[in-house]
Design a protein around this ligand. Structure first.
Ligand SMILES: Nc1ncnc2c1ncn2[C@@H]1O[C@H](COP(=O)(O)OP(=O)(O)OP(=O)(O)O)[C@@H](O)[C@H]1O
Length: 331
C-alpha cells in the first residue's frame, strides 16, 4: 500500500518560493520569504502568533496572492494559478469534513472532482485511508468518529490527491495532548513513506522537531533562520531565536550580544557551589535557578537530583559549548 503512494524522485524541489512579500494595509505579513522543500522532505514553518506562517502557506496554496514573488511547485510556476490548478493537498486546522458523505466519500471527493472515475477515486480513497490507519472505518459518517480520527480523515483527503506537495496548517491543534503525541509519531512515518514534500505550519516547537527534517523560523514576516531541524534547535543564530525555541539560559552581555548556555554545557553536582535563588517543583522534578557570576541560570532537575538539594548547588560549566550571539530581543 505504502509503495503505491510513493512517487519517483523528481529533479525539482516539491516547493520553491522566491522572495514572497505580502502586506495587509500597514502590516507587512511576508518579507521576501524564500523557502525550499525537497521532494520527500518536511519543512516546518515555526514562529510566534502573527509572524506570517499562515499567510506564507496560503500564498503557496493560492488562497492569497503575494504582492511580489513567485511560487514554484515541482518545478512549475504556479503564481498566477488558482488553488485548484496548483495540485497541492491541503490540511487546515478547521478540517471541515462533509457531514452528509461517508468517510470514504469525503476522501474520494477530491480525486473525483479532479476527473478520476468513481472507481478510481474510490480506490485511491481506500488506499489513503489504509495509510492513515482508518481502512476499517470507511463506511462510517464523520460524526461517528473521534477528533483524532476526523483529523486523520482530513489527512487522507489530502493524500488521496497524490500531490507532490502537502500543506498542513497546525494539523494537530484541535487534539488533546495524548492524541497529538500519537499522531506525531504516525505522521513522521507517513511523511517518510510518501515521497511528497510537506510544508507544515506550527507554533509548537516540539511538533516541529518531531515531524520536520528542516525548519524555518519566522519573525515579523521574515525567515530569520532556516536549516536542518536538530541544527537550528541546537545552534540558534540569535538570542530571540533561542528564546523562541525555549532555551532557558540566555545571558545578556554588554554591547548587544548574549551568551547561549546549552543544557549539555552544565554539569550539576561538580565544581563550585552557587546559591539557589528559586525552586519550582513540578510532576517530573524541579526547576531551579542559581546565582552564577554570569547571571541567574535555570536548570531542570529530576526528582532524585532535587531530593539532595540544600541551599546551594554545584555547577561546572563547559565554556567551550557556550556561544555568543547577537541579542535581538526587545529591550
Ligand atoms: N486577511 C487579512 N487581513 C488583514 N490582516 C491580515 C490578514 N491575514 C493576516 N493578517 C495579518 O498578517 C499578519 C500575519 O498573519 P498570519 O495569520 O500569517 O500569522 P501566523 O504566524 O499564521 O499567526 P497564528 O500562529 O496566530 O495563526 C498578522 O499581523 C495578521 O494580523
Amino acid at each position: 500500500m505504502v509503495l503505491a503512494m510513493t512517487r519517483p524522485a523528481s529533479p525539482h524541489p516539491a516547493l520553491q518560493t522566491h522572495a514572497l512579500s505580502k502586506a495587509f494595509g500597514a502590516v507587512q505579513a511576508l518579507r521576501e520569504v524564500a523557502l525550499t522543500v525537497e521532494a520527500g522532505e518536511t519543512l516546518a514553518l515555526l514562529g510566534p502568533s502573527g509572524c506570517g506562517k499562515s499567510t506564507a502557506l496560503r500564498c503557496v496554496a493560492g488562497l492569497e496572492r503575494p504582492d511580489t514573488g513567485r511560487v514554484e511547485i515541482a518545478g512549475r510556476d504556479v503564481t498566477a494559478l488558482p488553488p485548484e490548478a496548483r495540485g497541492v493537498g491541503l490540511v487546515f486546522q478547521d478540517y471541515a469534513l462533509f457531514p452528509h458523505l461517508s468517510v470514504l466519500g469525503n476522501v474520494a471527493y477530491g480525486p473525483q472532482r479532479r476527473g478520476a472515475s468513481r472507481a478510481e477515486a474510490g480506490a485511491r480513497a481506500r488506499e489513503a485511508l489504509e495509510l492513515v490507519g482508518l481502512g476499517a472505518l470507511a463506511e462510517r459518517s464523520p460524526d461517528q468518529l473521534s477528533g483524532g480520527q476526523q483529523q486523520r480523515v482530513a489527512l487522507a483527503r489530502a493524500l488521496a490527491t497524490r500531490s507532490p506537495l502537502l500543506l498542513l496548517d497546525e494539523p494537530l491543534s484541535n487534539l488533546d495532548e495524548k492524541l497529538r503525541a500519537e499522531l506525531r509519531t504516525e505522521l513522521r512515518r507517513l511523511f517518510a513513506a510518501l515521497g511528497a514534500g510537506v510544508l507544515l505550519v506550527t507554533h509548537d516547537q516540539r511538533e516541529a522537531l518531531a515531524l520536520a527534517d528542516q525548519v524555518a523560523v519566522m519573525r515579523a514576516g521574515a525567515v530569520v533562520q532556516q536549516g536542518a531541524a536538530p541544527e537550528v534547535f541546537a545552534r540558534p543564530a540569535t538570542a530571540w531565536i533561542a528564546a523562541f525555541l525555549g532555551w532557558p539560559n540566555i545571558v545578556a552581555q554588554p554591547g548587544g550580544t548574549a551568551l547561549l548556555i546549552p543544557e549539555t554545557a552544565a554539569q550539576l553536582g561538580v565544581g563550585e557551589a552557587y546559591p539557589l535563588l528559586a525552586r519550582q517543583p513540578d510532576e517530573a522534578g524541579e526547576t531551579v535557578t542559581l546565582g552564577h557570576p554570569l547571571g541567574p541560570l535555570t536548570f531542570r532537575l529530576s526528582a532524585r537530583e532535587a531530593l539532595s538539594l540544600g541551599g546551594t548547588l554545584r555547577l561546572g560549566l563547559d565554556l567551550e559549548q557556550v556561544r555568543q550571539v547577537p541579542d535581538d530581543r526587545e529591550p
